[in-house]
Ligand binder design. Structure first.
Ligand code: GLU
Length: 305
């Protein structure tokens, strides 16, 4: 941990005042109100030591980072059958694209683009009696943290502006790959995107994707080793929209970003690290977040390769 701490402090100081060319996401109106100068980092190692700098204890909108959690729960319910509904290929397209769905007969390329995450939400709506309540309970239980909540304002803001997601959900339903009512599925999707967490909380909750499998309170493991490997593999190949190759190339870790400016990255043998900086690059990934992680894995020589 000492080496990680030193590197985090040093890279944080280097990047704190750089000219950040990114832009805060404003296509969801409520997200535009965030202070763009926020910058926080938190690392939790597999032996559960934690270290953070900057705004690592401020809540922010985790947006698509929540797609790892929804995928995890759906995978637990469905096992390998899940891959009949959603593929595991990088899309090479923007996160909200409708383009490939027509040719692929409504089967989304992967669970981390919006189309795929909406199908995952449909799977969860089929399994859960009260999806919003039970999903939150799942997140709280696996992290042993009761302080995880939706932000209703953000969910509402996305509901009134999320025209592409409405289109995606209807389009997929036309192919028969959405089983439930479109409004119910979208309401659930918008809520899980609105979850707020801190960098510290995120670096703790995703320890179940490291080799040292976290268990829930009852001592049951959250995923099998093979399932955790598969989710990491999808994160590595599909976690950063159509910049997933670039992230693997520069950082060398499985990870997932969200348009709130958060990035979670996992070293399966060592740690989970989270960076938050709201200004996004042209592909929708945190500009400083990516830069930070590139420098961090380079200086600590701790990528998976
Ligand atoms: N709620 C956002 C949307 O559906 C999530 C996008 C993201 O973080 O990638 O547009």
């Amino acid at each position: 941990m000492e080496n990680y701490k030193e590197v985090i402090e040093c890279v944080y100081d280097d990047l704190k005042h750089i000219n950040d060319t990114g832009k805060v996401a404003d296509y969801i109106p409520e997200l535009a109100f965030v202070d763009s100068n926020n910058f926080g980092i938190s690392i939790t190692t597999i032996d559960k030591q934690n270290f953070g700098v900057g705004d690592f204890e401020k809540k922010f909108s985790i947006q698509s980072v929540s797609k790892i959690l929804s995928l995890t729960l759906a995978y637990k319910f469905e096992g390998a059958k899940l891959w009949d509904r959603v593929d595991v290929e990088p899309s090479g397209n923007p996160f909200n694209s409708l383009l490939q769905l027509e040719a692929d007969f409504g089967k989304p390329r992967n669970p981390f683009i919006n189309a795929g995450a909406i199908v995952i939400c449909d799977v969860l709506v089929s399994h859960l009696k009260n999806p919003k309540k039970e999903f939150l309970e799942f997140c709280r239980e696996i992290s042993n943290n009761q302080n995880i909540n939706y932000n209703e304002k953000v969910a509402e803001s996305e509901k009134t502006s999320g025209f592409r997601n409405v289109a995606l959900c209807n389009f997929i339903k036309s192919f028969g790959n959405i089983k439930n009512d479109v409004d119910d599925v979208l309401d659930f999707y918008f809520h899980i995107c609105s979850i707020e967490m801190t960098c510290k909380e995120l670096s703790e909750i995703f320890l179940f994707l490291t080799d040292d499998q976290y268990t829930n309170k009852k001592g049951e493991s959250i995923l099998t080793e093979s399932q955790a490997k598969r989710i990491n593999a999808i994160m590595l190949t599909c976690g950063f929209y159509d910049e997933s190759g670039e992230f693997a190339f520069r950082v060398g870790l499985p990870g997932k970003s969200g348009v709130g400016g958060g990035i979670v990255a996992i070293h399966p043998d060592e740690y989970c690290i989270t960076v938050w900086s709201p200004k996004l690059n042209k592909k929708g990934n945190s500009y400083k977040g990516m830069l930070f992680l590139e420098k961090f894995t380079t200086k600590t020589a701790s990528s998976i390769f």
